[in-house]
Design a protein. Sequence first.
Length: 415
Amino acid sequence: MSTTAITGAQVFDGEKPLGVTTVVIQGGRIVQVGGQAPAEAEVVDGAGATLLPGLIDAHVHTDRDSLALALQFGVTTELEMQGVNTRNRRGAISEDDSVADVRSSGFALTPPGGHPSELFPKDFHPGGPSGGGPGGERRGEPPYHPDATSPEAAAASIPQLIAHGSDYIKFMIDDGSVEGHPGLPMLDQATLNAGVAAAKKHGALTVAHALTIDATRMAIEAGIDGLAHLFVEPPTDEIVTLIRDAGMFVVPCTVLNASMMGITGSELADDPRVASRLNAAWDATLRSCFGHYPQGKIQDVLDSVKALADAGVDLLVGTDVSQPMPFLGGLAPGASVHQELQHLVEAGLTPAAALRAATATTARRFHLSDRGRIAEGLRADLLLVDGDPTTTITDTLNTRAVWRRGTHQAACPPR
């Protein structure tokens, strides 16, 4: 069994800087933090660099190609918030160290004709007509689509989702107003409450898609564990207090809200550290935007992020990246995680707090006890970057090396 020692690097362990510390990995795990490198170890010189836990994107819609691209940006785990990468369908991904690992909600509870159906052209099937992977490939049994037509149906769907491999349960609370399609069918409070109660009965974590303060209030009333989005309106003391007192976590997806407000990812796409890793389709997508809520102000979102952080609410880094299509624009796998980190710092978080939001905090809130930190016994999911992102957050893009379960990733060639 080979042993690798990363020496000379500053270490951010997911919670705090440790200074220059040796980290030893063996058999896909971290076996030593501190001390001297073992004599038999292959030594990786980390001088001038910072070693971080692999980053976690807490809101994606993904496939194998996107998971591979995300890993090239140091994102070693992605949390799918609607999709097909459930436990019973991702065995090959879990064992493939050339792609990011993934967890999934499966399909979210939403009424027939509800969000996100309005986002897609007629006859468009995300992931292929079969509901499988790219081109309609199937991986195991077909995905389960829950029934959200009544409180009883929603409650009955929860054990089915869990049986079909959902790692957590997602609820869509959206009438389409932010996306420019007001009047969409939307979960009512009784159906939402019943679904969340059933999830709690079965011990499942719950998350909600909520883009408005009113939808956020519904999620709070139902007892949702976390918000997969942040509302687009200016923050109020009331809603911040309600979120805090409910003990919820929030995945702001600031990059998605920016895209909704007409802000493209062109500046990020122009960064040579990003441009060299994107193919033409992802470059075009990143340079586009959703643009459905042009009346919004990104400063309102940043103010909400700061208010929630100041209130002690756990913030998690997520992007809502989906497929390489301009109408889903402003985002790209992996790359947008780094932009989200920059947005959190712009909002007023320290770089260390932003890094916690992409590592230890997300792992803790999603019960991923084997990752998100650099500690003995945990997975060797690691990112080595030139510079010091605990003081300069943009240094996270200075990728020197990535490991997934201790397997070093080859550099991604320009595409």
